[in-house]
Design a protein around this ligand. Sequence first.
Ligand code: NAP
Length: 483
Amino acid sequence: MAINAITVSTYQYYINGEWKESQSGQTIDIMSPYLYEVIGKVQALTKEEVDEIIGFAHTAQKEWAKTSLQERASYLYKWADELVSRQEEIADVIMREVGKSFKDAKNEVVRTADFIRYTIEEALHMHGESMRGDSFPGGSKQKVAIVDRVPLGVVLAISPFNYPVNLAAAKIAPALMAGNAVVFKPATQGSISGTKMIEALDEAGLPKGLVGLVTGKGSVIGDYLVEHKGINMISFTGGTNTGVALAKKAAMIPLVLELGGKDPGIVCEDANLNEAAKQIISGGFSYSGQRCTAIKRVLVHENVADELVALLKAEIEKLSVGSPEDGCTVVPLIDNKSADFVQILVADALGKGAEVVIGNKREHNLIHPTLLDNVTGDMRVAWEEPFGPVLPVIRVSSEEEAIKIANESEYGLQASIFTKDVNKAFSIANKIEAGSVQINGRTERGPDHFPFIGVKNSGIGVQGIRKSIESMTREKVTVLNLA
Ligand code: NAP
């Protein structure tokens, strides 16, 4: 009797407007984090194929740089429309590949289309400036500078697993509108979603070679890409260790890095504790805390700590835990290794005197939402990014102590401050070393046109639609010397 084998799709890579199989003859299995089965295979590219993609990108970029903004916009509008019309199909892939609920996956696709449209509009409305020579002492009125923005060339876009469509398009769209070509390297776990997004771009009829898709393990092909002489700019989102190593190798290449975080939620004595608890739990646990801007520690005034901890526990009890197919908020982590890491952090804290308020239960790679109280500075979980559903509560005796602990972190992505006193909020916000500070709200990236900045080990450079376009261009000055 014939066995009904499950057919697993093998995805091709994208080069010069064509879909191809790698000459390596090797593919990488993509295992679903919750179905525990291989859901597809992607190509493991060779160095020669990387060279070819970069070569095609350079040729295409030269022509693309000559196109009008309106022409570039017309392609990107089609891409956004295509993503919207394929939202169900792409969301299904995201769900199966990175274990995000279908609703959140669909939101990611629609948000990406909105992002692309806003990027187009922003690029259409960005203008250079002219400067008069005589505004500088001794300068002449006969000199006029025209300051414009020109593309950098070929942008290497490297994205993480957690927003495999949105964080990739957030690099590709501004790069293209700015007149660059793109070599896109998705996270391996996320590369089927990335491939689907590129399929949508291909449907838009983009000129051949302008965008290439490189699949393959970062540990194998990453350094080769980063050090490649054909790359003119790198836009990277991912972990701090990867980003720091990459920055060293990139040497003189312009870089934007969006890295890890350890965002604190600072809860003052006068905060609306109910509201703070809601924001902290939604910020800390959505998509199992696998967000760079998840709240990753709570710094609460000791006088309200008991009450806050009880409210946080009550909010956690409301969270749905289980499969992304059931729309759960807390879902299996991306792999077993990630779940092991979370458990190591929890065990370390418990060994040093922290208490479990709720959680600390594990089934395979599903970690139940875990709240740890009485966490102290000698525990790893006070400082390290778990990228999982565990939230440490650190009790403090003053706002000054909260600021001190917040700033002792190696990270500086975002922070939240909960207080009813706006003066106090600003006074604390001014002292916090982070790219953004949220007052009475959870830490989060959006809306996407706000500048998004990581300081210290959370990154370099600025994202956010206008800022992303700026980072992928350089200023060029042409001086008119009038007779
Ligand atoms: P990761 O392991 O650092 O991987 C990120 C990307 O780098 C992947 O595409 C990976 O490819 C690639 N890579 C690995 N080694 C490389 C090398 N030697 N050279 C070039 N590229 C290489 O991060 P992740 O686990 O996907 O994402 C989670 C991390 O990203 C967390 O720390 C989170 O905080 C951070 N993050 C930050 C932001 C932000 O905006 N600040 C947003 C989202 C996530 P492979 O998958 O093939 O290894």
